[in-house]
Design a protein around this ligand. Structure first.
Ligand SMILES: Cc1cc2nc3c(=O)[nH]c(=O)nc-3n(C[C@H](O)[C@H](O)[C@H](O)COP(=O)(O)O)c2cc1C
Length: 222
């Protein structure tokens, strides 16, 4: 059956799209937020709402040579971090959830303590109170006890702590592949289908795992 005339290629109305809130804060790894936005931009069924903190703008400039305008152009809707009266500050505004990519330890602390002094921490607070999906791509190393406790608190409230730790088992050939693998795993958490990285199909042709005779580990295994 052919599509009704006049409806071909018509963009979906905002109310029918899956809304995803994205925030970029001042931890290193702006590339994760930018790549996420680029991937979602190519999905007509998803509407992105973006906030970038002042420190996020600094790291985007430092790491990607991008300015605020260039990054904001990748989103459907842009909100000022200071606009605590924006639609996404209310639980009555429907959305699927939120990703903070990357998430600084400062913003993690604000989320962990319900300290909603800007639109990023307020939106995250809304996600938690409405029991929506909240993913924090926290980035720091090493962690101090405050960081660890704050991550525990967010987890206890239902948020997902997702440090962008690279995986090597798919043998990435570039930084871009590493980033795509991580961004793909974030999209998985929202059941947004993608082709960013191959799915693991199990070990194939693995070498014989038996230890050579006389290997000191052999004694340890026994
Ligand atoms: C180049 C650069 C890299 C930074 N990297 C990190 C980081 O990886 N993790 C972190 O928690 N803070 C990092 N910071 C510090 C944060 O930007 C700073 O704490 C800031 O106040 C966070 O504010 P925001 O959460 O509002 O973006 C970095 C700062 C700069 C300038």
């Amino acid at each position: 059956m052919s599509a009704p005339p006049g409806n071909v290629g018509a963009p979906l109305p905002s109310s029918l799209k899956r809304r995803l809130v994205v925030a970029i804060t001042g931890a290193t790894g702006a590339v994760y937020g930018v790549r996420l936005l680029r991937v979602l931009q190519a999905m007509p069924s998803v509407e992105t709402h973006l906030m970038v903190s002042d420190a996020g703008v600094l790291s985007m400039h430092q790491e990607l040579d991008m300015n605020r305008k260039q990054v904001e152009a990748l989103a459907n809707v842009v909100h000022s971090v200071r606009d605590v009266g924006a639609c996404i500050a209310s639980g009555s505004y429907e959305s699927e959830g939120m990703v903070i990519a990357p998430c600084s330890m400062k913003t993690l602390a604000a989320v962990a303590h319900g300290f909603s002094d800007n639109l990023i921490s307020r939106s995250a607070d809304v996600m938690l109170k409405e029991r929506r999906r909240l993913v924090l791509m926290v980035r720091e190393t090493p962690f101090n006890l405050a960081h660890l406790r704050n991550m525990t608190s967010v987890t206890e409230m239902g948020g997902i702590i997702f440090p962008p730790m690279p995986a090597f088992y798919q043998r990435p050939r570039s930084v871009e592949e590493l980033v795509d693998h991580t961004v793909g795993r974030v999209l998985d958490l929202f059941s947004i289908s993608h082709q960013l990285a191959p799915r693991w199909q199990g070990l194939k042709g693995a070498p014989d795992q038996a230890l050579p005779p006389g290997d000191p580990l052999e004694a340890a295994v026994e």
